[in-house]
Design a protein around this ligand. Structure first.
Ligand code: CP
Length: 306
C-alpha cells in the first residue's frame, strides 16, 4: 500500500506515468467512468478548501466511485479531542482511500502510519501540498510541452506557501530548471529549502524583491497569495498582503508565451484584468487538477483500465 505525502514519493518515471495517465483521462473520460465503481473516497479536511476537496470529490465521482467526509475540524470529532491516528483507523473501516488536509505539518504522515488505506496529503500547514504540485506539473507539461529547460518565477509568500515548497522539490529533478524567487525579505523561501534543496542540488536561482525586474526572463510566473492564516499577527499580514499585484502593465514586460499560474484562491495579487490574457492559465490549472487526481486515485488503488 502506498501513500502520497510529498511529490518525492514518486520517482520521475512514476510521475511521467501518472501524467500520461492524466492526459489519457482528459482525452478519453468515458473509458474511466466506471473504473472505481464500489470504491469510496473519504475527504478529511481539518482546514478550509474549495479546489482540493471538491476536485478530489469530482475525481472520484468521475471514476464511478462514491465520496464521504467532513470539511472542517468543527464538524468532526476532532472538536471533542480525537487524534488523527484514531480518526484514520475508523475511516479505514468506511472508505478505500483518504485525502486529508490539516493545519499541522506532518499530521497526514502520522495518519498514514496508522492507516489501513492509502492516505493522500491534501496540504499540511506551511509544509507540502503534493497534489497541487501534480496539478502544476500537468499544467506546465500540457501547455508548454515539457518540464525541463524553464525559468520559473515564484512570487509572493514563499515562506508559508506550501505549494511553492512542493513545486521546488518536484521541479529540481528536471534538467535545466532555473528559479527566480520573488518575495519581500520577510517572506523569503525558508533557509532549509535554499540550503538543503536548491544549493545542495546546484540548482541556479536568484532572489529579487521587484516583480518588474524578473518578468522579462520568465517562462512561468507562479503567483501565490499571502497566507493570512499562517501569520502570528494581523498587522504583519496587512502590511504584506498587497506587496505584489500582477496587472496589465506588468504583463506587458513578459514574454509572449509566458504562462501565469496560481494555485488559487487569489486575493489581490492578480488583477482581474489579467484573466482575459491568453497567458493566464490559472483556471485551466484548476481543471487539470481533476484529471491528475483521477490518475492519482487509480494509481494508489492499483486500478488498471484496459
Ligand atoms: N489550491 C488549493 O489548495 O486551493 P483550496 O485551498 O481551495 O483547496
Amino acid at each position: 500500500m502506498r501513500h502520497l505525502m510529498s511529490p518525492l514519493d514518486f520517482s520521475v518515471e512514476e510521475l511521467d506515468k501518472l501524467l500520461k495517465l492524466a492526459c489519457d483521462i482528459e482525452k478519453n473520460p468515458s473509458r474511466y467512468a466506471n473504473a472505481c465503481q464500489g470504491k469510496k473516497l473519504a475527504t478529511c479536511f481539518y482546514e478550509p478548501s474549495t479546489r482540493t476537496r471538491l476536485s478530489f470529490e469530482a475525481a472520484m465521482l468521475n471514476l464511478g466511485g462514491s465520496v464521504l467526509g467532513f470539511s472542517s475540524a468543527d464538524s468532526s470529532s476532532a472538536s471533542k479531542g480525537e487524534s488523527v491516528s484514531d480518526t484514520i483507523r475508523v475511516i479505514s473501516c468506511y472508505a478505500d482511500i483518504c485525502a486529508m488536509r490539516h493545519p499541522k505539518e506532518g499530521a497526514p504522515l502520522v495518519a498514514s502510519q496508522r492507516s489501513a488505506i492509502p492516505v493522500i496529503n491534501a496540504g499540511d500547514g506551511g509544509h507540502q501540498h503534493p497534489t497541487q504540485t501534480l496539478t502544476d506539473l500537468m499544467t506546465i507539461h500540457s501547455l508548454k510541452g515539457h518540464l525541463g529547460d524553464l525559468t520559473i518565477g515564484l512570487c509572493g509568500d514563499l515562506k508559508f506557501g506550501r505549494t511553492v515548497h512542493s513545486l521546488i522539490h518536484a521541479l529540481i529533478r528536471y534538467p535545466n530548471i532555473r528559479f527566480v524567487l520573488i518575495s519581500p525579505e520577510e517572506l523569503r523561501v525558508p533557509g532549509y529549502i535554499r540550503e538543503d534543496v536548491l544549493d545542495k542540488h546546484n540548482v541556479p536561482y536568484e532572489e529579487v524583491e521587484r516583480l518588474e525586474d524578473a518578468m522579462a526572463k520568465l517562462d512561468i510566473l507562479y503567483m501565490t497569495r499571502v497566507q493570512r492564516e499562517r501569520f502570528f499577527n494581523e498587522e504583519d499580514y496587512v502590511r504584506m498582503k498587497d506587496f505584489y499585484i500582477l496587472d496589465k502593465s506588468k504583463m506587458a514586460l513578459a514574454k509572449e508565451d509566458m504562462l501565469v499560474l496560481h494555485p488559487l484562491p487569489r486575493v489581490n495579487e492578480i488583477s482581474v484584468e489579467v484573466d482575459d490574457d491568453p497567458r493566464a492559465a490559472y483556471f485551466r490549472q484548476a481543471q487539470y487538477g481533476v484529471y491528475v487526481r483521477m490518475a492519482l486515485i487509480l494509481t494508489l488503488l492499483e486500478v488498471e483500465v484496459c
